[in-house]
Design a protein around this ligand. Structure first.
Ligand code: 5GP
Ligand code: ZN
Length: 118
């Protein structure tokens, strides 16, 4: 898709530090990490988010890649959080489906910070 930053990463038009890659997905570190380990896995084909018509094989490839990235990053045993932001209320900022993998330090149990009501 034109003007999609993650499509450009997937196609190699924009260079990134690839952690893992296969025919369906590519994983790389988040440019603005919010945890000691903060990586992203994306499908190579453009989908907006999980509400899009994403094939089961792609969903499967994404989670298998998450497991692989956790292993490569050394957090399989220590633990990691997997987040997919979908749409405005979740504050999805990049309109190409992506899975966050975050770890490397103990987290609190609270997972959600709601925006202030205006
Ligand atoms: P979202 O808020 O949409 O769930 O997450 C988008 C994520 O993509 C953010 O954590 C942001 O730092 C990351 N990001 C945005 N642009 C780029 C980029 O060009 N390269 C990389 N590696 N990460 C990006
Ligand atoms: Zn895209």
């Amino acid at each position: 898709m034109d003007d999609c930053i993650f499509c450009k990463i997937a196609s190699g038009e924009i260079a990134t530090n690839t952690i893992f890659e296969n025919d369906e997905v590519i994983a790389f570190d988040d440019v603005s990490p919010q945890a000691p380990v903060h990586s992203l896995v994306i499908p190579k084909v453009h989908y907006f988010n999980l509400s899009d018509d994403v094939p089961a094989s792609t969903l499967s490839a994404l989670l298998l890649a998450v497991r692989e990235v956790a292993r490569i990053k050394g957090v399989s045993e220590s633990g990691y959080r997997v987040i997919v932001n979908n749409g405005p209320d979740a504050n999805q900022t990049v309109a190409h489906l992506h899975v966050h993998i975050m770890g490397g330090r103990p987290m609190s149990h609270g997972m959600v910070n709601f925006a202030r009501e205006s």
